[in-house]
Design a protein around this ligand. Structure first.
Ligand code: GRF
Length: 204
């Protein structure tokens, strides 16, 4: 089994979709072995409890520096033999400590067509910009904010009557379809990062 950790600060609907996908595809030897959260009241924690995924919760402000915070997380990742990190609504930048420990092994999902609308509230940014399409990006993580080599992007049309809620729902629906497949493709090395280049290779 390839052991992955999901990092989440929010409701965790993407985490749940990964769990459902793995349950429906038992031939894929990937396991979510840890959920990491920086929020004590994140919805993802209830979902993790019902799937019996171990959780590690720690807040940045409980550590003297971000480096100490990340070292504490790293310790847990190593204890749980985690090989890949999946950011699913984790509202912090991954710092050098974790990046260096998992080179090319961290992915993120973002609700826009990057490089458009990075950072918080990408849906609100897209509505404010009155674009007629936005979308979802899944990418390898580097030291930037929602930068890093792109694995996949798909578009979502924006209609003039879309609200924040309706557009978020459309984006989530697409995320739920895309993310579990890509998580597994990364964890099984069907897609790898090689010299900052995303390479798809034959299934191992
Ligand atoms: C998703 O829209 C994801 O793109 C963004 O945060 C949101 C997390 O949603 N990074 P959920 O907690 O998985 O429902």
């Amino acid at each position: 089994m390839i052991r992955i950790a999901v990092f989440a600060s929010g409701t965790g609907s993407n985490y749940e979709q990964i769990m459902l996908y793995l349950k429906d595809n038992p031939e894929i030897k990937v396991e979510v072995a840890l959920v990491v959260s920086d929020k004590l009241d994140a919805g993802v924690l209830d979902k993790a409890a019902s799937w019996q995924t171990p959780v590690y919760i720690t807040k940045v402000k409980d550590h003297p520096t971000k480096k100490h915070y990340e070292e504490a997380i790293l310790h847990q990742l190593h204890n749980h033999n985690i090989e890949y990190l999946v950011l699913a609504g984790y509202m912090r930048l991954i710092g050098a400590t974790i990046l260096m420990a998992y080179p090319g092994k961290i992915i993120n999902i973002h609700p826009s067509l990057l490089p458009a609308f990075p950072g918080i509230d990408a849906v609100g940014q897209a509505l404010a910009a009155r674009v007629n399409e936005t979308g979802v990006t899944i990418h390898f993580v580097d030291e930037g904010m929602d930068t890093g080599p792109i694995i996949v992007q798909e578009t979502v049309p924006v209609s003039p009557i879309d609200t924040h809620e309706s557009l978020s729902t459309k984006i989530h629906t697409l995320e739920h379809k895309l993310f579990p497949r890509i998580v597994c493709a990364v964890a099984t090395q069907e897609v790898v990062l090689d010299n900052s280049e995303v390479i798809w290779q034959a299934k191992q």
